[in-house]
Design a protein around this ligand. Structure first.
Ligand code: G1P
Length: 293
């Protein structure tokens, strides 16, 4: 497979599950410890060798664009105060000039439509898609694992990250049917968006990371609405699977659904526990809260 250079980040969602926190602030800017959700996901993409970051934004999302730009006044003040570490952190996180692009999804028509909005920026090459609601805590990151697995597959393969979920939660995800294994991946025989437990082809849910071929844009252009009255990426993938191979990869690492309050809170605890500067104090606080001390 050719090198995956570009990644799409759909960040147009309203974030109603986090109101009122998300009334004036995009949900993608909610912090997990001290980095916004979107920064964690961009870090994962960078770690996988992505060179161009494409954000599909919406109204009220301009602070995401500001976040990936320089903050001149802040830099001057930090410099005057000799805060070298903070300055180094900001410059490390800054995407290279010209490597971030922003386009708007003008109407909330669904994930499939959001991806289609990026077609001109991606062009005709395979690309990665990362949903910022999902964090995967692992080194190497989930996308890096997928790109490594892609090396063993044919040129025009599509890959989705999957993980097991309890049967009573399959209705919240896209769910795949499992075919024969190939290297670390397996062939996908079926894909259904938000199935009832009885109709689900397995308990393997799509986990918000994809490597897709550009032909998905041609399918999305004509895709009619599916589950929830939205243009669903999963439906377009199922249509593309008639002419191109699709694989699933059970990645290593723990995933957090940061679109839910519990997933978001758990991510904060887990990422704090992994930090050298916070781990011991975090453990103490958690023990105290649990009544241990
Ligand atoms: C989207 C996808 C779904 C996938 C999920 C992962 O759903 O449509 O296939 O399983 O992300 O988080 P959403 O969570 O946007 O409803």
């Amino acid at each position: 497979m050719p090198k995956i250079r570009k990644a799409i980040f759909p960040v147009a969602g309203l974030g109603t599950r986090f109101l009122p926190a998300t009334k004036a602030m995009p949900k993608e800017m909610l912090p997990v410890v001290d980095r916004p959700l979107i920064q964690h996901v961009v870090d994962e993409a960078r770690g996988a060798g992505i060179e161009h970051f494409i954000f599909v934004t919406g109204r009220n999302k301009s602070v995401i664009e500001d976040h990936f730009d320089r903050q001149f006044e802040l830099e001057v003040t930090l410099n005057e105060r000799g805060k070298k570490n903070d300055l180094a952190l900001l410059s490390h996180d800054l995407p290279e000039a010209g490597s971030a692009s922003f386009t708007r999804q003008q109407s909330p028509l669904g994930l499939g439509h959001a991806v289609w909005c990026a077609r001109e920026l991606v062009g005709r090459e395979p690309f990665a898609l990362l949903l910022p609601d999902v964090l995967v805590q692992h080194d190497p990151g989930c996308l890096a694992q997928m790109i490594a697995a892609a090396g063993a597959l044919e040129e025009r393969a599509n890959i989705v990250a999957v993980e097991e979920v309890p049967k009573d939660r399959v209705h919240m995800y896209g769910v795949v049917g499992v075919g024969p294994s190939k290297g670390k991946a397996f062939g996908i025989t079926q894909m259904v968006e938000k199935p009832k437990a009885a109709d689900a082809p397995s308990n393997l849910a799509i986990t918000g990371r994809y490597i897709l071929q550009p032909e998905i844009f041609d399918v999305l252009e004509k895709q009619s609405t599916g589950a929830g009255g939205e243009i669903q990426l999963t439906d377009a993938m199922l249509a593309l699977a008639k002419s191109q191979p699709f694989y699933g990869l059970k990645f290593e690492g723990r995933s957090f659904d940061c679109g839910s309050k519990i997933g978001f809170l758990a991510a904060n605890m887990s990422y704090a526990l992994e930090r050298d500067d916070l781990s011991a104090a975090m453990r103490e606080e958690m023990q105290r809260l649990m009544g241990g001390k």
